[in-house]
Each structure stands twice: as structure tokens, then as C-alpha cells.
Design a protein around this ligand. Structure first.
Ligand code: SF4
Length: 350
């Protein structure tokens, strides 16, 4: 068996709570929004990892934690196996770049494309040679041709897809190893989404970038990603190679997401009627956070958070359905099989 290579960027047991004031006057108190609770994720060279979930699931916060835009309350971020430096120093930003949802807001409307691409080259010390040639090269890499014509345009003269390509080119200017793309196509016209997804796929294949693709759209995650991780209410609930996850979803929440995105090319998941909405992260449900919406919820689901269970090679699901009845009973009786623990069913079979 070949040893798996080390990830380029890794988040281990990340926790991030945002504190908000509730109530007024003497009764006011501060309460945490549990945006991210104990999330571990890895990004590998030449691979796209998709982070999927409904709005408010904590996906964007995980991306920002990995980019070091916000600091975790607990857990750690490792870049090339070493703890990420505090803050977001230039050396870290050069290796881990972000692409945002709204390409228009991320480009200054008063500057031409050339300025947007030349500036990071100069800031990071790559602008000592022929800057125009470097800008043209960046534009070619994101398929904006002829480059001279695009370099002289203002953002408002470009389509949404072209603006997002400029934003990606700007991220590439500093020669990163990791790209964190937060809903990069959700604001684009359906007709041009595919072009941007294909560009990300080319960057993965040809430049071996490690890409985190944050999205609410599990269909596009299946199209682009090598691995999909699913988040619900601040926690990871399932992770697997993308075809495996979409063909054989093991977690009821993933089944719910897939039943809302039918695809004639894959087996139909069990149909789950839309049951309720995601919970408030100010007071998430006890036990499994999905239990108020889950058609399979058992008593233990309301009391104890499920362990993560390896249900197949590389396929992990945090759900009590994958724990034997005997183990569930012993857990109820105080033997610790619960949140934070891990059961490897593949090893148990051997
Ligand atoms: Fe449903 Fe229980 Fe599994 Fe949660 S742990 S998804 S409530 S069966």
C-alpha cells in the first residue's frame, strides 16, 4: 500500500465561535455563535476538495480559517506540515490565495485590469522584469485572449465570468500553492459557470494547485471536486471521494442535499422530504445537530453527538446509524463512543 502524501494545507480540529450580545440593559449577555466546531480538513496538491452545505453551515468560516483571515479559537492550521504563522503575513498570503464570490466587489472599478494584476506582482517582488509580459501571461493562463485587449479594460467592461477570471489571475500572480475559492460561480450566469469551473480544473491538473471549492451546490462539487466534505450547522458530517459520496451517501443530511439536486447519471438517493430548516448556531440542538430534521433519528441522537465512522476506504460519516446497536447501548451506558471518537468499520472487517 502506498503511503498517502502529506497535505499542503491542513486544518486540525478547528473551532471558531463568534460572540454576540443578546438582550438589553442589565439583562444583556454575550452568547457564542458556534460557527465551526471541531472541523478537520486537508488540501492536497493537484486536488480539488469541495466543502458543501447550506447557507450558514460554517463553510466560509472554514475557508477563512485556512486562509488565516480569522484565527481559530482552538485547533491549528498547518502549511506544508508546519504551524501557520500568526496573522496573515505576506509569505503566507503568497502561498494561500482566496477568490471571492462577487468578482465585481473584489475588483476596484477605477483601475484597469493591468493595474489589478501588476500590483500583486510588485508587492510580492515579482515585478522586477517585464511587467506587461507577466500580466499578459496571467491573462493567457485564465484564457482571456487577446491579453493586450483585456489588460486595458475596466472591470465594468467585462462580463461576470471574465471578471472572475481576472480575480483568479490576480490570485495566481503571487504563485500560490493553494487557492481557496468561496462560492466562485454562484453569482455568475448559469451559462458561464461551467467555463470558470473548467478553468479551476485546468489549474488543478496543469499547475497542481490545491483548491478548496466552497459551495452550496453539490452537483457542481461532484463535477469539479476529487473529494467532497459536507458541513451541517458548524460540523463536518460526511467526507468521501466525490463519486463515492454522491453515489452512496452515508449521512441522511447528504441524502437530503442530493435529493434536492437530482441527476439522471447517478443512482437516486433515498427521498427525504424537506424537513425544517438549519438550526440557529446560537443554540444548536443537543446530540446530533441534524436530529430535528432527520427521519431516522433515534433516542441516542438527541442525547449524544455521533462519532465519526469510516464506512468505506476514505469515506467517513458522523452518524449513529453506522454504529452497531450493541455499541450504541454501551455508549448510552457511559462507555465513551461519542463526539470526537472514531470507529473504523473497514478495520473491524479485516
Ligand atoms: Fe439522523 Fe441520528 Fe444519524 Fe443524526 S446521528 S443523522 S439524527 S440517524
Amino acid at each position: 500500500m502506498t503511503k498517502p502524501s502529506a497535505p499542503i494545507l491542513e486544518g486540525q480540529n478547528l473551532v471558531k465561535h463568534f460572540w454576540v450580545k443578546q438582550g438589553r440593559g442589565p439583562f444583556a449577555r454575550r452568547a457564542p455563535i458556534r460557527a465551526v466546531d471541531n472541523v478537520s480538513i486537508r488540501l492536497d496538491a493537484g486536488k480539488v476538495t469541495a466543502l458543501v452545505g447550506e447557507s450558514g453551515a460554517g463553510k466560509t468560516t472554514v475557508g477563512r480559517l485556512l486562509a488565516q483571515v480569522v484565527r481559530p479559537d482552538a485547533g491549528r492550521v498547518l502549511l506544508d506540515g508546519k504551524p501557520a504563522p500568526a496573522g496573515r503575513p505576506r509569505s503566507y498570503a503568497a502561498q494561500v490565495q482566496m477568490v471571492f464570490q462577487d468578482p465585481f466587489a473584489s475588483l476596484n472599478p477605477v483601475h484597469r485590469v493591468r493595474h489589478h494584476l501588476a500590483r500583486p506582482l510588485q508587492i510580492h517582488g515579482f515585478g522586477t522584469g517585464d511587467v506587461d509580459a507577466a500580466v499578459a501571461d496571467l491573462l493567457r493562463r485564465v484564457a482571456l485572449k487577446p491579453p493586450d485587449q483585456f489588460a486595458s479594460k475596466f472591470p465594468h467592461e467585462l462580463s461576470g465570468g471574465q471578471r472572475q477570471r481576472v480575480a483568479i489571475a490576480r490570485a495566481l500572480a503571487v504563485r500560490p500553492h493553494v487557492l481557496i475559492a468561496d462560492e466562485p460561480v454562484s453569482m455568475l450566469d448559469v451559462s458561464i459557470r461551467l467555463g470558470v469551473l473548467n478553468l479551476l480544473a485546468d489549474l488543478r491538473d496543469e499547475e497542481r494547485l490545491a483548491i478548496l471549492y466552497v459551495t452550496h451546490d453539490i452537483a457542481s462539487a461532484r463535477y469539479l471536486a476529487d473529494t467532497i466534505s459536507v458541513m451541517y450547522a458548524g460540523q463536518l458530517v460526511e467526507s468521501a471521494p466525490s463519486e463515492r459520496l454522491t453515489d452512496s451517501p452515508a449521512h441522511p443530511y447528504t441524502q437530503l442535499l442530493l435529493s434536492a439536486a437530482p441527476d439522471p447519471d447517478r443512482p437516486a438517493p433515498p427521498h427525504l422530504a424537506g424537513r425544517g430548516a438549519p438550526p440557529s448556531l446560537l443554540a444548536p440542538p443537543s446530540g446530533c445537530r441534524f436530529h430535528p430534521r432527520c427521519p431516522y433519528a433515534m433516542d441516542i441522537c438527541k442525547r449524544q453527538a455521533p462519532p465519526s465512522v469510516t464506512v468505506a476506504d476514505g469515506h467517513v460519516s458522523a452518524c449513529w446509524l453506522h454504529v452497531d446497536a450493541a455499541q450504541r447501548t454501551s455508549s448510552e451506558n457511559g462507555v465513551p463512543v461519542g463526539a470526537g471518537s472514531h470507529i473504523d468499520k473497514e478495520k473491524q472487517k479485516r
